[in-house]
Write a protein that binds this ligand. Structure first.
Ligand code: 0X9
Ligand code: CA
Ligand code: CA
Ligand code: CA
Ligand code: ZN
Length: 425
């Protein structure tokens, strides 16, 4: 899903975002007619989801982009079949745009420095394709061999290597230092997060020996960075010179559809609570079984072999700092004492104070099950957060900020990353 819920108190921003989407569409090639045929992927405003249960119901059956609260409208992407189903469930849906038309307009045609089907569209070349990412990560490790090592956690469904970079003093030795993990690009279209992990790698390698804060963390921590958890999906998303709005991995399903939502496939409370889709064509399809996606299995096996104290999984968008659990609305439950919850909230609030994001429990607006943060905490006791990066709200194009945002939006999280590293001690 575009799974974008919005923090309480930004109704105006959401309304503005909705307007922007309508404007973008109206300016596109296809003008609305009196009775427009439902597009393959329509952008809709939905009303009638006035409880968490109803919102969860909508979210597990369509690609929700903007999560309303207090009965406010939700915005979502839906196929004609999904629309029919939601209307039958009593929700009111109003068509406001054609997702494919919006994406085509945003993409602006093939890149001028195109190196093949999988380059970013023209004007967005600052984003790294998979090959460019691997080249950067390899260079960082080669150029800083004393403190950085490139390894692999396994392969994607289509066989792409899933690199991991370790950054620490005496990098070749497994020392008794707190281990911290940063993961990115689990959802294909969330390309800004790949840049976030790359920025972390570059900051903690290039800054070593000159930047005192960086040097202190490299000397006292073992920092692991997995810059992409879904290379097949992200390459697919930029294929054909046009953004595809793709979320899941690229593993085929038994019904002929493609993709598992990796963030519903983790083996903690997998499929427990209505926070994922059992329909393979759904955007939050949880997979045939826990860790059925090779990417999930690789991340799990890697984390099982280490002792991570703290973790951030970067996503886009909504500008949120989220903590577990997502599978239950309860703040405190089995596996989460009041003290632990308060620690999550306290550190989450500290981090949010540095980047201007909104801190809250993951389930505050809807339930998710099988997510990485619940698994990292529930299985390994790691202080695990999900960051939803820039922008704070938007339509489908919220996943495709201009590459000029890469610098500002990644450095924006430096202080929050440092707070996490400090609290891993
Ligand atoms: O729904 C998700 O997987 C994440 N949002 S996104 O729009 N990037 O897809 C949020 C996951 C937050 N963590 C939990 N809910 N456990
Ligand atoms: Ca640009
Ligand atoms: Ca070390
Ligand atoms: Ca160690
Ligand atoms: Zn995501």
């Amino acid at each position: 899903m575009f799974t974008k819920r919005r923090a309480i108190g930004v109704v105006t921003a959401a309304a503005a975002a909705a307007l922007l989407v309508v404007t973008a569409w109206s300016a596109g090639a296809q003008e609305p007619t009196a009775a427009p045929a439902a597009p393959d992927r329509g952008y809709y405003t939905l009303t009638g989801a006035d409880t968490v249960a109803k919102r969860t119901q909508v979210i597990s059956s369509a690609d929700v982009l903007q999560e309303g609260h207090d009965g406010g409208p939700m915005e979502l992407v839906a196929s004609p079949e999904q629309v029919e189903k939601l209307r039958a469930q009593g929700f009111t849906l109003e068509l406001t745009g054609d997702v494919d038309a919006i994406l085509a307009k945003r993409s602006g045609g093939p890149s001028t420095n195109d190196v093949g089907a999988a380059d970013f569209p023209a004007g967005d070349e600052g984003f790294h394709t998979y090959d460019e990412l691997v080249a950067e990560v390899t260079a960082a490790a080669t150029d800083h061999a004393a403190i950085a090592q490139k390894g692999s956690i396994g392969s994607s469904f289509e066989g792409r290597d899933l690199p991991v970079v370790k950054i620490s003093d005496n990098v070749a030795t497994d020392e008794d230092e707190p281990e911290v993990l940063f993961t990115c690009n689990m959802h294909a279209r969330e390309h800004l997060t790949t840049e976030m992990c790359l920025h972390i790698i570059q900051r903690f390698t290039d800054g070593y020996g000159t930047d005192q804060t960086v040097t202190g963390f490299v000397d006292s921590r073992e920092i692991y960075v997995i810059p992409t958890q879904n290379p097949d999906g992200s390459e697919f998303d930029i294929s054909g010179g046009e953004y595809q709005g793709w979320r899941k991995n690229r593993q085929p399903n038994s019904d002929g559809s493609v993709g598992t939502d990796i963030n519903r496939n983790f083996a903690y409370k997998w499929g427990c609570c209505g926070g994922s889709d059992d329909n393979p064509s759904g955007e939050t399809y949880r997979g045939a079984s826990a860790a059925s996606a090779p990417e999930t299995a690789a991340v799990q096996a890697f984390a099982d072999g280490r002792q991570f104290k703290a973790h951030i999984d970067f996503h886009t968008f909504s500008e949120l700092v989220l903590w577990p659990f997502g599978f239950t609305e309860d703040d405190v439950t089995e596996g989460m004492t009041q003290e632990q919850r308060d620690r999550f909230a306290n550190i989450g609030e500290q981090m949010a104070a540095t980047n201007g994001y909104t801190p809250e429990q993951a389930s505050d607006l809807y339930i998710t099950d099988g997510s990485i943060d619940d698994w990292m905490w529930g299985t390994h006791g790691a202080l695990s957060y999900t960051f939803e990066m820039f922008p704070s709200s938007g339509g489908i194009d919220g996943f495709y900020p201009p590459d000029e945002e890469i610098g500002p939006q990644t450095t924006r999280n430096d202080a929050a990353v440092d707070i996490l590293l400090t609290n891993a001690g």
